[in-house]
Structures are given as C-alpha cells and as structure tokens.
Design a protein around this ligand. Structure first.
Ligand code: CA
Length: 355
C-alpha cells in the first residue's frame, strides 16, 4: 500500500484507531498443562502461542497460564489431569494416550499415514474431528488439532542403512507404532524421553534415534552424536499436536468465548505447520552446509518393506476394538482418496519442479 493510500485508510478507519484499549475484566483463569518442556521450540512455542491468542482474541476475558511438563503434573498425566479438571486444557499428542484408547493414535500419526495437509483435511472436512470427539467423550474431554510438525525425518544413524539386513540388531530410539515395525524387522526399539537422547546416542547406548526434524534436531545437537541423517520420516508423516479441553469448563463459557477457544486452536494448528516449514528449511541448510551432515534417503527396498510391515501393524491395532476399527476405516478410506488426488497434484507438481 502506498503511504498516501495508507493515510487515507487511516483517516477512514479513524474511529477504529481511536478505540480505547481497555481490556475487559478477566472472567476465566485457565491452566494449560503440556507434555513439552516449557518454551520448547516448535511444540512448546505453539502452546504459548495458543494461550496468548486466546487471551488476545477474548480481550483478556480468558487468561490461560501455560505449564511446562512436570510443572503442575508429570507430562504423561496431563490427559487425566484435564479429564478430572485439575487444569482446563492440555497440549500434547494423541498417540501418547493409546493406553486410554488405541484409536487415539490415528489423531496424531501412524506410519505411512496422512501428511499434515491431509490430516487437516480429514479432521476438518473428512469426518475425522467427529470421530476424535467420540473417542475423547468418555473422558469428559473435547479434542482439537493445535499444531503439526509436517513430515518428520527418518532419524540419525551411526551406521549406514543400505538394505533390510542393516536394520537387524539396530538399537533405535523410536516410540510407538514405528518402533513395533522396527522390531518386526529384527531391530530393538527403545523409548527414551527427549532429554536423554543425545547422551544415549553419543555414548553408543543406542545406534540410532528419530526425533522430529531439522529444527528440533539441530537444537538438540544430534549432528554431534551421529553421522548419517536419513529421510523420509515414514513413521511420522505429519504429526498432529492436540489441545484437549475439559468439557465442563468449556460448557461454562459463553458462546462467543467457546468460539474463540476453538478458533484460536485452528489458528495455532495452522501457525505451527508454517513455523516448522520455515524453520526446518533454515535448519536443514545449517546442518548440511555448516555441520557437514551426511544426508541420506532410505532405499526403495527398505521403504517398501517398512510400508508392508506398517500396514500389518496398523491393521492389527485397528482390530483391537470396534471404535478403533471405525476410526481406521475412515482414515484408510480418506488416505486412498488423498493418494489418488495428491498423485496428480502435490506429488506431480513436486516431481515437475525437481526436473
Ligand atoms: Ca518423532
């Protein structure tokens, strides 16, 4: 906009510009418990952004205080804490709650599942959200999508992975369904919290680890502990982060504030994916150009087998109870459609751009 036009616009919008900046009195003081260390890049920053956005959009009528992991309750207890009303909101990832319902995993990430863009399409416009609400309803919780990491990386390895036999005996930090897949290929999956990954990899206690992507992996200094950085992150192709809300607390809000909370989650969901995309670009460049990281792609042989085993593992999980099967059926049908469309759109374009 030219300065002249801007000034004209400012004159027209004068009444708006002169509006008093009085904040409404705080009516609701909420607590948000998280599974992330306080201010953790990406996910923790996303939780902060969400709390801040709710405060701003509501003109201060809702104030949300964010607690890092362990500050109010241990990381893996936030689901119960919000369910019983110790806090009004929780920020985490649904695959942490598979002990509550196996179906929860489909709302975070499953191996060879949906990308970030596809997850949002399924959740918001493909029936996914309704199913997620059904899964969390018995716990008195309302789920929302509140962030996405995009495609993660395959991980850091201290040895080359050229063929399937190289996965045999591999001791790798890889939680969840990805870990189960590795196990069936002769590896040993290990589950370690973020804070223990670097030293375990550096000391040789583990041979490999996955974490998130260049942005978070650079911050952890993982390039100092392993030589090879493999892609793609077949096990987490677009992990959705969540914010779940205590249903009673939500229903105590007037309608406009309910809308603000839910829409602030949508904003945070979109913003985190943009944040990761921008930061991963920069961080990958730094890893390769400044730190000399050896970037490798898993071979087709390895990826094909990982996919075949993943499909088996995911189908077995789905068969565990009727609700999980219902979620999986919806997820699978959506993935089939998305594959057909993205073959001729996203993938075709990315291939064309790389010619
Ligand atoms: Ca990961």
């Amino acid at each position: 906009m030219k300065r002249r036009d801007f000034l004209k616009g400012a004159a027209v919008g004068g009444a708006l510009a002169a509006a008093p900046s009085v904040r409404a009195e705080t009516q609701f003081k909420w607590k948000m418990v998280t599974t992330w260390p306080k201010n953790f890049p990406g996910m923790g920053a996303g939780a902060n952004f969400l709390a801040q956005t709710i405060g701003e959009m509501s003109g201060g009528r809702i104030e949300v205080k964010v607690y890092g992991g362990k500050e109010l309750v241990p990381e893996m207890e936030i689901f119960d804490a919000v369910s019983r009303g110790t806090a009004e909101m929780g920020h985490g990832a649904a695959y942490y709650w598979k002990g509550k319902s196996e179906a929860a995993q489909f709302f975070a990430a499953v191996p060879f599942g949906l990308t970030g863009q596809e997850m949002n399409a399924w959740l918001y416009h493909g029936g996914g959200m309704k199913l997620w609400e059904e899964v969390y309803a018995p716990f008195g919780l309302i789920p929302t999508a509140a962030g996405n990491t995009g495609v993660q990386m395959g991980g850091w390895f201290n040895r080359e992975i050229n063929a399937l036999k190289d996965l045999e005996g591999l001791k790798m930090r890889i939680p969840g369904l990805g870990g189960e897949v590795l196990k069936r290929l002769g590896g040993t999956p290990v589950n370690l919290p973020g804070g223990e990954i670097f030293t375990s990899l550096k000391s040789g206690a583990i041979d490999a680890t996955e974490w998130v992507g260049p942005y978070n992996d650079l911050a952890f200094g993982l390039y100092k502990a392993a030589k090879y950085y493999y892609y793609p992150g077949w096990h987490e192709p677009g992990t959705t982060l969540e914010c779940f809300i205590n249903k009673k607390a939500f229903e105590a809000l007037p309608k406009d504030l309910q809308s603000i909370v839910l829409n602030a989650c949508r904003v945070a969901n979109q913003d985190m994916l943009a944040d990761y995309t921008a930061r991963n670009n920069e961080a990958l460049h730094a890893l390769v150009k400044q730190h000399g990281v050896d970037l490798r792609r898993f071979s087709d042989e390895v990826l094909k087998k990982l996919k075949a085993i993943s499909d088996e593992v995911v189908a077995e999980v789905a068969a565990k109870d009727p609700l999980t099967q219902k979620v999986f059926d919806s997820f699978r049908a959506f993935r089939e459609q998305a594959v057909a469309w993205h073959d001729v759109s996203e993938r075709a374009y990315l291939n064309a751009r790389a010619l």
